[in-house]
Ligand binder design. Structure first.
Ligand code: IMP
Length: 424
């Protein structure tokens, strides 16, 4: 295997950071291709915790090149803050090991402000992270986005910001009763931040193309999860990027032949932050227990995550939607010791039982079909076999979705993982 994508198969927060970190060690390049600093990838080594939002997880490995592709929306202020944190924690970051696409879209102060205004005053509350992600992608689709290369040219930057302001001032003042921040001040702020970003800016498309031609090993690091994909996800309660494997082709800039396998990171149960339907959600003590034991609190926003049973109809859909070839089952330890353990194996919908959450189905209208499964309480001691109940939990997943579970993770440490198949 030369190339592997790591993507979330649920609504994000599946524990991708740790797996990306582990498999990134074996790679030459780790590439972010979508999303922005709405992501939060937590990596724990010893007693040191690093949370990466924008910089690819490969940065923690000295031999690895981390690349931010043109499909990413890039907040230069958040980037500089994160860069300082990473550097202060002893990691060497240079233009040799970090490369940022000159064509990535910049998140401006207006994008952030609009995101927050809409969430607080608009007609539909999505529960966004408030990082300006949606409005930045809107600007991109409207062909008005500020690109990273614009940060390096104050005149061009000011001109583009001024053009954008013409329409947006009307929206801000008439609809949201909010003053539109000064174009000159924003241009100056972005230009100054751009000076810090500049050394890392390059043509990542050509860099990646050459690396792939030279048979370098590449890991594509997805953020969020398939169910938050703007096309495949539970629209409108989604993020604004293509979080599924499809996003790699456009966001990193590679062709189909450069994606060998897709590893879907799947939490042993389901969580969701923000609004939107969640068929297997738990509102009882078990849900609270999972939330507390699993520390289900957002790494980016600090919001408590909603918790529920593993939802196989949704997982089956994600596997199809993203051509996932194997799964990593994470946070298995959190389910240990729960006496009455259940899995959602189907939905009752309009008088029928269905086993896959196809897009035409209104998730707010389904009733989950829950199956009680044998509880497990494994200790995961080195060399010890998995218990028959945990094996059967894994088999149920494999049989339903039709692909193997290649990894199980049972704690935040790098060592708390079991490989059932080889990657790279
Ligand atoms: P946005 O990406 O900030 O626009 O938020 C849109 C939706 O995606 C909201 O429901 C967020 O809670 C969710 N979301 C965005 N990023 C993440 C993530 O990294 N993990 C989980 N949910 C996320």
């Amino acid at each position: 295997m030369q190339t592997l994508a790591i993507i979330g198969s649920q609504w994000g927060d599946e524990g991708k950071g740790k797996i990306t970190d582990l498999l990134g060690q074996k790679c030459d390049l780790v590439v972010r291709y979508q999303g922005g600093n709405n992501a939060g990838h937590t990596i724990i080594v010893g007693n040191k915790k690093t949370v990466l939002h924008l910089i690819p997880s490969g940065i923690l490995h000295p031999h690895c090149v981390s690349l931010i592709g043109h499909g990413v929306v890039f907040d230069p202020e958040a980037f500089c803050k994160e860069l300082d944190e990473v550097v202060n924690s002893g990691v060497e970051v240079t233009p040799k090991n970090l490369k940022i696409s000159e064509n990535a879209t910049v998140i401006t102060a207006y994008n952030k402000l609009l995101d927050v205004q809409r969430e607080s005053k608009g007609p539909v509350k999505i529960g966004t992270t408030g990082r300006g992600i949606g409005p930045a992608y809107e600007d991109k689709a409207a062909r008005k986005a500020i690109k990273i290369k614009d940060l390096l040219d104050l005149e061009r930057l000011t001109k583009k910001l001024r053009q954008n302001a013409e329409e947006k001032i009307v929206l801000f003042e008439a609809k949201y009763k909010t003053e539109y921040p000064s174009v000159e001040a924003e241009a100056k702020r972005l230009f100054e931040l751009g000076e810090r970003v500049a050394p890392f800016v390059c043509d990542t498309f050509s860099y990646l193309d050459q690396a792939l031609t030279a048979n370098k090993k590449v890991l594509y690091e997805g953020a969020q999860g398939v169910l938050l994909d703007v096309d495949y996800g539970t629209y409108p309660y989604v993020t604004s990027s293509n979080t599924s494997a499809g996003g790699i082709y456009t966001g990193a800039g590679v062709s189909g032949k450069h994606l060998d396998e897709v590893l879907g990171i799947t939490k042993a149960y389901t969580t969701r932050v923000g609004e939107g339907p969640f068929p297997s959600e738990l509102f009882d003590e078990v849900g609270k227990h999972i939330q507390t034991k699993g520390n289900e609190v957002g790494a980016t926003t600090g919001r408590t995550r909603r918790c529920g049973w593993l939802d196989l109809p949704l997982l089956k859909y994600s596997v199809k939607a993203s051509n996932i070839t194997s799964l990593a089952l994470t946070k298995v330890d959190i389910l240990c010791g729960i006496d009455t353990l259940k899995i959602c194996i189907g939905y009752k919908y309009k008088g029928e039982i269905i086993d896959c959450a196809y897009p035409g189905i209104d998730l707010a209208e389904v009733e989950p079909v829950l199956k009680e499964v044998p509880p497990f309480n494994d200790t995961f001691t080195d060399g010890k076999e998995l218990s028959p109940s945990l094996k059967s939990y894994i088999e149920t997943i494999e049989q339903t979705v039709g692909i193997p579970v290649g990894i199980i993770a049972y704690g935040p440490e790098r060592s708390e993982i079991k490989f059932l198949q080889n990657y790279f």
